[in-house]
Ligand binder design. Structure first.
Ligand SMILES: Cc1cc2nc3c(=O)[nH]c(=O)nc-3n(C[C@H](O)[C@H](O)[C@H](O)COP(=O)(O)O)c2cc1C
Length: 399
C-alpha cells in the first residue's frame, strides 16, 4: 500500500535533527521513497551522508544546483505525496508564516499544494513565546498540519514542552496521510459548497451562515479516494489548499452557471452548498442611501440548481443535502424523488452539534431503500461515509 509513495522529509537546524534519521529509516523500511532536503544549518547537526545511506537518494541542500535537471523546488514539490518538516525550528516556522522563500525548504513548501506536516522542536520558552504561537496559528489557519512537541527534559536542560514528538507517532501520521485510496481514480466529481450571496447593492446582501466546511470535507474525502474534484465554492473562509479545481462564485445564478458549464464532464455531483432560494429583484449599482422612509425589497426566486441538473437527464450520480428545521425526513424524502437524487444527506440544523458553523454534524442518509440515522460525528467522518456511499452507487450503476 505504501510502496511507490513519496515523502519529502525537510530537516532544519535543531538539536533533534538526528532523530529525523529514524523517520527516514522507518519510512524507507515501509517501502516509502524518501527525499530529504536539509537546511544549511541542519547539516551542522547531522551529515547529509547519513540520510543518503538510509534513503538511497541524494540529499538536497541548495536551491541553485547546476547538476539538477529542471527547477529543483518545483520538482521536489510536485514529486511528493506528503511533505514533513521534522524537526521544524522556530526560524523555519516563522519563515513559512511570513512567506519567505530564501532556501530550498521554504521555497519548496511555498511551491506545493500537497499535504504539509510540521513537527516543531525547540526550547520551551521559544515554543511558548507569543510570536511562535502566533506563527503556528497562522500556518494552521492556512491548512498546515502540526504534530505537537512533547513535554519533557529538553536537550538544553530545561523542562517543558518542546521535545520533538515521538518518532513512531510522526511516522504514523505520515503513513496515515499516504494511505490515499485510488478507488475513484479516473472519476470526476463536482461538489458545490459554501453560502451564496444575493446582493442588493455593492455592500448589502442576503446570505446564510454556511461555512462550507461540509462541502470542503466531502471534496477532501473524494480527493483521498483519487477522484478529480471540481469545487464550486460560494463565500467561505476556508483556505483553498485542496488538490482540486476551484471555481469561486458569489450568487446562486453564478453557481448555477458554473455547475451547468461543467456538469457534462462529471461522473457525480454533490450539492452541499447553501444556495439562497430568493434574491432581490433589483440590484443597485451604488450603495442605497439611508432615508427616513422604510425600504421594501421585492424578492424573486433563484434557480433551483439541482432541479435544472436533473432535467438535463444526464447519466450521473446525484447527491443532495437537506438542511431542515422541521419534518426533516419527510422533507428530505420529497426532495430525493423530486430532484432525482441517488441519495440525500439530511440534517436538522436546529439540533445540537449539527448544521452551520460547527465542526460536527448529525445526519440521516436517505435513499430509495430507506433511512440510515447516524450519531453526531465530525464533518470529516461524515464526509468519508458520503464518499464511500457515492463510490458504491457509482459501482452499482456500472459507471
Ligand atoms: C546547539 C544549537 C541547538 C539548537 N537547537 C535548536 C532547536 O532545537 N530548535 C530551534 O528552533 N532552534 C535551534 N537552534 C537555533 C537554530 O539552529 C537557528 O535558529 C538557525 O538559524 C535555524 O536555521 P534553519 O531553520 O534554517 O535550519 C539551535 C542552535 C544551536 C547553536
Amino acid at each position: 500500500m505504501l510502496k511507490g509513495k513519496k515523502v519529502l522529509l525537510c530537516v532544519t537546524g535543531g538539536i533533534a535533527a538526528y532523530k529525523s534519521l529514524d523517520i527516514a529509516s522507518s519510512l524507507s523500511k515501509k517501502g516509502v521513497s524518501v527525499d530529504v532536503v536539509m537546511s544549511d544549518n541542519a547539516t551542522k547537526f547531522v551529515t547529509p551522508l547519513s540520510f543518503e545511506a538510509i534513503t538511497s537518494n541524494p540529499v538536497h541542500i541548495s536551491s541553485f544546483d547546476m547538476d539538477f535537471q529542471g527547477i529543483k523546488h518545483i520538482s521536489l514539490a510536485k514529486n511528493s505525496d506528503v511533505i514533513i518538516i521534522a524537526p521544524a525550528t522556530a526560524n523555519a516556522i516563522s519563515k513559512l508564516a511570513c512567506g519567505l522563500a530564501d532556501d530550498l525548504i521554504s521555497l519548496t513548501v511555498l511551491a506545493t499544494n500537497k499535504k504539509v506536516i510540521i513537527a516543531p522542536a525547540m526550547n520551551v520558552l521559544m515554543y511558548e513565546s507569543k510570536v511562535i504561537q502566533d506563527n503556528i496559528n497562522i500556518l494552521k489557519k492556512r491548512g498546515y498540519s502540526f504534530i505537537e512537541p512533547e513535554e519533557g527534559l529538553l536537550a538544553c536542560g530545561d523542562f517543558g514542552k518542546g521535545k520533538l514528538a515521538n518518532i513512531n507517532h510522526i511516522v504514523d501520521v505520515i503513513t496515515e496521510n499516504l494511505r490515499v485510496e485510488n478507488s475513484l481514480k479516473g472519476k470526476t466529481v463536482l461538489v458545490t459548497t459554501g453560502a451564496t450571496r444575493e446582493h442588493l447593492d455593492p455592500v448589502r446582501f442576503l446570505s446564510n451562515p454556511s461555512t462550507g466546511k461540509m462541502g470542503y470535507s466531502v471534496a477532501k474525502a473524494l480527493i483521498d479516494k483519487g477522484a478529480d474534484v471540481i469545487l464550486v465554492t460560494g463565500k467561505t473562509n476556508i483556505p483553498k489548499n485542496l488538490n482540486c479545481k476551484f471555481i469561486e462564485v458569489c450568487s446562486a445564478i453564478e453557481m448555477r452557471d458554473a455547475v451547468i458549464d461543467n456538469i457534462k464532464n462529471v461522473d457525480a455531483v454533490v450539492f452541499s452548498a447553501a444556495v439562497a432560494d430568493y434574491r432581490p429583484e433589483s440590484y443597485f449599482d451604488n450603495k442605497i442611501k439611508k432615508s427616513n422612509d422604510d425600504l421594501t425589497v421585492n424578492l424573486v426566486r433563484n434557480p433551483d440548481i439541482a432541479k435544472e441538473v436533473n432535467l438535463l437527464g444526464l447519466n450521473l450520480v446525484k447527491v443532495g443535502f437537506a438542511a431542515e428545521t422541521q419534518n426533516l425526513i419527510e422533507n428530505a424524502q420529497e426532495k430525493l424523488s423530486k430532484k432525482g437524487f441517488d441519495f440525500i444527506v439530511a440534517n436538522n440544523i436546529k439540533s445540537k452539534n449539527a448544521g452551520f458553523s460547527v465542526d460536527t454534524n448529525k445526519a440521516s442518509i436517505i435513499d430509495k431503500y430507506g433511512v440510515t440515522d447516524y450519531d453526531v460525528m465530525t464533518k470529516i467522518e461524515l464526509a468519508r461515509i458520503i464518499a464511500d456511499k457515492l463510490e458504491k452507487v457509482l459501482k452499482d450503476k456500472c459507471m
